[in-house]
Design a protein around this ligand. Structure first.
Ligand code: GLY
Length: 384
């Protein structure tokens, strides 16, 4: 890292502290996902909404607001952040009693909230909630195909045999549960899932599919699906981020060297496809027009590259750090809002290539952006 890079990191951290300082106070009783046309955060923590409302309490990104609070807490030691994170945690625990709306994304919900709380403060109540979530996730494992089932029953689609690349992040909850309980079952499930993903999702060229479909009775791999990317055979960028960073996480949590090699392959695919501008498209294989972007995928990829650099010999580190810094500088200089006009920092995120809506804010883009900048500065614990 050059002196100029260090100065840039330190300046960006100051901007983050300033922005999250007032944004957290303004939104302390909410669990936000995105901003409206006035730049105000919405609230996905309405406990009166039915479990199947997609803007209700079990919305999959609802752990990232608490995660941002824990990142800021570790940096500033301001108790206000811990209090806001715990308000969020108490609400998320209500999803256990509804049960039906919960899904494979309990890892995304409870790792940056309950597990972070327990790791940072030793809170036993948080540990209990996180173990409960880990058991729900383990219950989704199909031992025939060795995969964790994505999503729940749907009237329009038979998803019993579906697994998705995103789950490479959710399984961190299982590794953590094995560590805490000294019971290897959770880790074994996580590794079987990771092994299946290594075999069926990551292509020869290092890119990853989004959805893999197995026969839920025999476990045979049936086919890949395009999911949130441009189409079958394409390379949804946020999915490349889930694969790259997810395999690094699995390596850290299990020590299995093939996971690190797989993370490197995905990283090399990503690095070869980062545009000169550093602005990341929704899919690395999308047509030139419309030029839909996904700043959220950009931040996940950057975070994965930085974490990968922590686990390779010194001589290799810059291979991963240089493109990560390029991506984060592009976000900071061209796609970040530091004003009081918008509650979110990171702009121009996209949920899925074929959605009607593109280029909006997402709370988890802010989470992964802040996490990546802090990671560059070596501030805070490893969250996954
Ligand atoms: N995990 C879902 C997404 O990345 O949109």
């Amino acid at each position: 890292m050059t002196d100029r890079d260090q100065a840039w990191i330190s300046d960006t951290m100051d901007k983050i502290r300033e922005k999250i300082g007032w944004v957290s106070e303004k939104n302390k009783d909410k669990i936000p996902y995105t901003t409206n046309e006035n730049g105000d955060y919405d609230d996905r923590s309405d406990m009166t909404k039915k479990w199947n409302a997609d803007d209700g309490l079990n919305w999959w990104t609802n752990g990232f607001w608490g995660g941002i609070m824990w990142l800021l807490y570790q940096d500033t030691k301001d108790e206000r952040y811990a209090a806001i994170a715990r308000t969020c945690e108490r609400k998320l625990e209500q999803t256990f009693s509804d049960f039906y709306g919960l899904h494979h994304d309990v890892g995304f919900m409870f790792m940056p909230t309950a597990v972070a709380d327990y790791r940072i403060t030793g809170n036993e109540e948080a540990k209990k909630a996180a173990l409960h979530a880990a058991n729900l996730l383990a219950g989704r494992f199909n031992p025939q195909g060795n995969f964790i089932r994505a999503w729940n029953d749907s009237p329009n689609q038979d998803t019993r045999g579906w697994a998705i690349i995103d789950c490479m992040f959710n399984i961190s909850l299982l590794y953590w549960a094995s560590e805490e309980t000294d019971d290897p079952r959770y880790r074994q499930i996580a590794m079987r899932h990771a092994d299946s993903v290594m075999t069926h999702f990551v292509r020869q060229d290092g890119s990853s599919i989004h959805i893999g479909e197995f026969d839920p009775e025999t476990g045979a791999f049936v086919k890949s699906r395009g999911g949130q990317g441009y189409g079958e055979g394409s390379a949804w960028t946020r999915g490349q981020g889930w694969a790259l960073y997810g395999f690094v996480n699995s390596y850290i949590n299990s020590g299995k060297a093939e996971y690190l090699d797989t993370a490197k392959r995905v990283a090399h695919y990503c690095i070869a496809n980062i545009p000169e501008s550093g602005i990341i498209p929704v899919d690395f294989r999308q047509p030139a027009e419309p030029a839909w972007e996904d700043s959220c995928g950009a931040c996940v990829i950057a975070g994965g590259l930085i974490e990968l650099a922590n686990h390779v010999p010194d001589i290799e580190k810059q291979i991963y750090l240089r493109p990560a810094v390029k991506i984060l500088k592009a976000i900071t200089e061209k796609r970040a809002d530091w004003s009081h006009d918008c509650d979110a920092i990171v702009q121009n995120c996209t949920g899925a290539y074929h959605d009607r809506r593109h280029h909006f804010t997402m709370v988890y883009a802010d989470y992964f952006y802040i996490e990546a900048v802090y990671k560059l500065n070596r501030t805070g614990i490893f969250m996954w």
